[in-house]
Write a protein that binds this ligand. Structure first.
Ligand code: ADP
Length: 501
């Protein structure tokens, strides 16, 4: 029996999972250093990331006692938007990777907005102007590292997101490439023409010669022999798009939600790039047969991390999983709402000035009510994004596929079904990000015959169906929106940069 090897290069750790068909056989992961040179700046060491990723692969092979010849292909999924610049001849990065969370270019982004570039950039890239995306980080490197722009113009320097960096190293510099999903997060890639956008490259003064070739997510990217004999690298996608593919969201309207630290919702809008009016991002999703699909994406900043806060800071629960048991001790949240706007509010509000609040407290409120209100808040925030997606795409979401750490919480999943009036399907394996990369690679090499072969096998481990009245739902959601209004526009510190969405 042959295997697929998935590389899952995340923001805090690198992982490797060995799959036999869609069954994970062995996993190995290693954390990497988070470098914070200044307030709001975040960096990674690209060499450490590459070495860790390779070590994870060799460890997973020895754990599973599998021979290199039994690996049919490698699929790669990665943290998106993070920027690496390295020397073409030595392979050495010229500085640390600038990570997606890094806000060092926020002032420049504000300037771009003030100069009226918002609309043109959103039209071409599907993205709002924000320091989160790659373009302004790359510009910062070219502006700041002495001689970098000249060297880039001479073809001496290469730019890549993490996938490109890994592939280039794994193929010993033979393949310099990325995929559509990663390119669509750079803010310099035209998601309609599927080309690096000349006008934007000029605006950011980025030489095209330093940019990788862009291919579909299902593609033969090259071969790597770091495990001894050659293995094809046959699938690449950014982490959220890979999770969406791993959830088998192949068709228009298919939607997934990942409940991790934050929540990431993506809806497949098929061949149509749906332009969001407020709050959502238009992005490229994985396609098959050389086509691209588009997706609407919305992110909520604080989701599972709210449970972490209850556990670690308020000490209200001993473990994250205990939130379910504690919240179940009360039939409802006693009329209170917790708005977890710890770092402002993400989609669909985009209010960096919002701050967390609990409203409606009376003397009868107990710990259990607060824990329950926290779980409701996680579902209510995702519901706001779901509603926005439905209204902007004119597509009704009937089923939500879920993954991420907090999706293990049955009460939370039932709340989501009740509040959003959707069916919630939780797959047996919630390693959907790595699974997506393995599916992409498997489809390229014929390990899987077609996406239909994968869809046929989908069986949720558990399904949650709405079980409340429309009146109950409306009352809860109306109260929530009232509470959100109370949380908004709270912080008035001028130093807070508008997130700009
Ligand atoms: P990330 O990949 O963003 O680090 P994970 O997908 O590993 O996140 O999910 C971890 C988050 O999920 C944590 O914030 C944790 O508090 C939350 N979490 C984990 N298990 C549960 C649970 N049973 N109920 C609620 N929240 C949970």
């Amino acid at each position: 029996m042959k295997y697929l090897l998935a590389f899952d290069q995340g923001s805090t750790s690198s992982r490797c999972i060995l799959f036999r068909k869609s069954e994970p056989i062995a996993t190995y992961s290693m954390p990497h250093e988070q470098i914070y040179p200044m307030n709001g700046w975040v960096e990674h060491n690209p060499v450490e990331i590459y070495n860790n990723q390779i070590k994870c692969a060799t460890e997973v092979m020895s754990l599973a006692k599998v021979k290199t010849n039994d690996i049919s292909a490698i699929g790669i999924t990665n943290q998106r938007e993070t920027v690496v610049v390295w020397e073409k001849f030595s392979g050495k990065p010229i500085c640390n990777a600038i990570v997606w969370q890094c806000r060092r270019t926020a002032d420049y982004c504000d300037k771009l907005k003030a100069e009226g570039f918002e609309s043109v950039i959103r039209d071409k890239t599907g993205l709002p102007i924000d320091s989160y995306f790659s373009a302004t980080k790359l510009k910062w490197i070219l502006d700041t590292i002495p001689g970098a722009r000249e060297r880039a113009k001479n073809g001496e320097l290469l730019f890549g997101t993490i996938d490109t960096w890994l592939i280039w190293n794994m193929t010993k510099g033979k393949t310099f490439a990325t995929d559509y999903t990663n390119a669509s997060r750079t803010m310099m890639y035209n998601i309609h023409t599927l080309e690096w956008d000349r006008e934007l490259l000029e605006l950011f003064d980025i030489p095209e010669i330093m940019l990788p070739k862009v291919y579909p997510s299902c593609h033969m990217y090259g071969e790597t022999d770091f495990l001894g004999s050659p293995i094809p690298i046959a699938g690449v996608a950014g982490d959220q798009q890979s999770a969406m593919f791993g959830q088998l969201c192949f068709n228009m309207g298919d939607t997934k939600n990942t409940y991790g630290t934050g929540a990431f919702l993506l809806m497949n809008t098929g061949r149509v790039a749906c332009r969001s009016k407020i709050g959502l991002i238009t992005t490229i999703a994985c396609g098959t047969n050389g086509f691209v699909n588009y997706a609407l994406e919305g992110s909520v900043f604080t989701s599972g991390s709210l449970v972490q806060w209850l556990r670690d800071d308020l000490k209200m629960i001993p473990t994250a999983a205990a939130s379910e048991r504690v919240a179940e001790k009360v039939p409802d949240s006693g009329g209170i709402y917790l708005v977890p706007a710890f770092v402002g509010l993400g989609a669909p509000y985009w209010d960096p000035y919002a701050r967390g609040t609990i409203v409606g407290i009376t003397r009868s409120i107990k710990r259990e009510h607060i824990v329950r209100a926290a779980l409701e808040a996680i579902a209510l925030q995702s519901n706001d994004v779901i509603k926005q997606m439905q209204s902007e795409s004119n597509i009704k979401i009937s089923t939500l596929r879920v993954d991420g750490g907090a999706s293990a919480n049955n009460l939370l999943m039932q709340m989501q079904a009740d509040i959003s009036n959707v069916r919630v399907d939780r797959p047996a394996c919630i390693e959907t990000t790595a699974m997506g990369a393995s599916y992409l690679a498997g489809l390229t090499i014929g390990y899987y015959k077609s996406p239909a072969e994968l869809s046929d096998k989908f069986e949720p481990e558990r399904t949650f169906r709405p079980a409340v009245t429309p009146e109950w739902r409306e009352k809860l959601i109306n109260g929530w929106h009232k509470a959100v209004t109370r949380a908004r526009d709270w912080e008035t510190d001028d130093n807070i940069h508008q997130k700009g969405f």
